[in-house]
Design a protein around this ligand. Structure first.
Ligand SMILES: Cc1cc2nc3c(=O)[nH]c(=O)nc-3n(C[C@H](O)[C@H](O)[C@H](O)COP(=O)(O)O)c2cc1C
Ligand SMILES: [Mn+2]
Length: 480
């Protein structure tokens, strides 16, 4: 295992000087605001302790996987490697995926405290209000929601936001089509409530996988098996006492219960400041979890990854989306140097070595196929392979884009409830998870040198990589 539990990761953060301990901050307003400010500054991870009204030792860890360095370290990739090397390494790991099934243990630290029946009280934890306008306290911002498909026994682990509604009820929000949503609907179709475990705080590999921040598990492939592969060891789980679902044995907190069909229980939920940087939802009835038991370690750590405005994460074109690049390769498109996120949500860059006429159009069709299933509202910029930074993308758009031929609006139709651009008249339909008739078009921008006169395109006034490297080396002190 890369990490046996969250505490090993915490120790590593502390050893590297990447952890700040904050004592005495209030859950009502201070913890959320400190986290927001630190995230904006790309600052260290935060461990909140001695939260007023709660026992010392009941802690919250935030800002711990919010930038590329901490995220890659969490996944076992040495942050000393260049971003490109890390992308390559991660590409190898995902490409060599072989299922590594979890291992069932007889017990584990998560069962150090077992609270059942009338004693169940979600308010025993110092769950923060992350933003002032949030309509509640969210314990689940970086959780692992575990469910089992009743037809195939496939175990899904997904990250869906979880609020504390009252002592024994959580709210849970899943976009339609999430694996967790598909599974719960199978139970509902049989008139049953869907068994569920929400794990709050586990070693970070499973956390990252469940939110698909670095890899999206395909249908019927369990994130637990992928985690085992990444750890190069079977993932230790215990059997949940009531539902029998697998729980990471060393989880900090596990909440066990059932999601009843909407006809049997909805509660007003939200609004919640989301990862787009907006309140996408008004407060409205949302599905719930009837909590039957809570398990937690002594002095539990709530792992938190609350959504903040996406303004700091993507300024560098370093984080190569190896999955999309590989899918392009598999589709026969050559010359793709990288696929990057320029800004969230969905402002993407493809860096391409143009090899033939129509090459850019191939990529353009691939990234943005028209059609009913197509989820839109993405912006794709295709650039030449000499473009490697965010500033250069803007420069390419300013200098290589021919607007009259290089801009394509691709009609799409999507249901993605949190998109701030949904027109008011379609909001209600979106809230009900209907496939919207609302426009969710894509924009594809060709910011490459025009291929038909590429040889005559004015050359760039830049010294050779060799000369630049030599000068950087010989004049090192100038550049520190
Ligand atoms: C921190 C975080 C919070 C998320 N919150 C939600 C959420 O509230 N609802 C949702 O549908 N997806 C949410 N997602 C996205 C899903 O977790 C992601 O799409 C994941 O791949 C879903 O897993 P699944 O494919 O097994 O359903 C969140 C992701 C992250 C990283
Ligand atoms: Mn899944």
């Amino acid at each position: 295992m890369i990490w046996n539990d969250l505490r090993e990761y915490l120790e590593r953060l502390e050893r590297d000087g990447n952890l700040t301990i904050v004592r005495g901050a209030r859950w009502e307003d201070e913890i959320g605001t400190i986290t927001e400010l630190m995230d904006e500054r790309d600052g260290p991870a935060l461990l909140f302790d001695e939260i007023p009204g709660y026992p010392k030792g009941f802690r919250i860890l935030a800002n711990a996987i919010e930038n590329y360095d901490s995220m890659s370290m969490a996944m076992g990739l040495d942050p000393k490697m260049s971003t490109e090397e890390r992308s390559e390494r991660w590409g190898q790991i995902t490409k060599s995926f072989k299922s590594c099934p979890p291992q069932e243990m007889s017990t584990g630290p998560v069962l150090e405290n077992m609270i059942t029946g009338d004693a169940v009280d979600l308010f025993r934890f110092p769950t923060p209000r992350w933003h002032e306008a949030d309509g509640g306290r969210y314990i689940g911002t970086g959780v692992c929601v575990i469910q089992k498909d009743p037809e195939t026994d496939f175990v899904n682990v997904g990250c869906y936001r979880v609020s504390v509604q009252d002592e024994r009820t959580c709210g849970i929000f899943m976009e339609p089509g999430r694996h967790g949503d598909v599974i719960r609907k199978k139970f509902w179709a049989r008139g049953e409530a869907c068994p569920v475990v929400v794990c709050v705080g586990q070693e970070p590999v499973l956390t990252v996988l469940s939110g698909s921040s670095m890899f999206r598990s395909p249908d019927q492939v369990s994130e637990l098996e992928v985690a085992g592969h990444v750890h190069d060891a079977p993932y230790p789980v215990i059997k949940a006492p009531i539902t029998g679902l697998p729980i990471p044995a060393a989880a900090e907190i596990a909440i066990e219960g059932f999601i009843p069909p909407p006809s049997e229980g909805l509660m007003d939920e939200g609004p919640f400041g989301e990862w787009t940087g907006y309140y996408g939802h008004v407060r409205h009835p949302e599905t719930i979890i009837n909590v039957k038991a809570i398990y937690h370690r002594n002095d539990p750590v709530i792992f938190a990854s609350p959504p903040e405005r996406p303004v700091n994460a993507t300024v560098e074109l370093g984080k190569n989306n190896v999955q999309t690049r590989r899918r392009m390769e598999e589709a026969g498109i050559k010359g793709v140097r990288g696929v990057y996120t320029l800004a969230n949500p969905g402002f993407m860059v493809v860096s391409l070595k143009q090899m033939h006429a129509g090459h850019v159009e191939e990529v353009s069709k691939f990234v943005s196929p028209e059609g009913d299933r197509f989820s839109g509202n993405q912006i794709w910029v295709i650039v030449d392979d000499d473009i490697t930074t965010a500033a250069e993308v803007l420069w390419a758009m300013a200098t290589r884009l021919i607007p009259e031929t290089g801009v394509r609006v691709v009609p799409g139709r999507a249901i993605w409830q949190l998109d701030p651009r949904i027109l008011p008249e379609y909001r209600a339909a979106a809230l009900h998870g209907e496939k919207g008739p609302y426009p969710a078009h894509n924009l594809v921008i060709n910011a490459c040198r025009p291929y038909d006169w590429i040889d005559q395109f004015p050359p760039v006034n830049m010294n050779s990589p060799e000369l630049r490297a030599r000068v950087l080396r010989d004049w090192e002190s100038l550049f520190n």
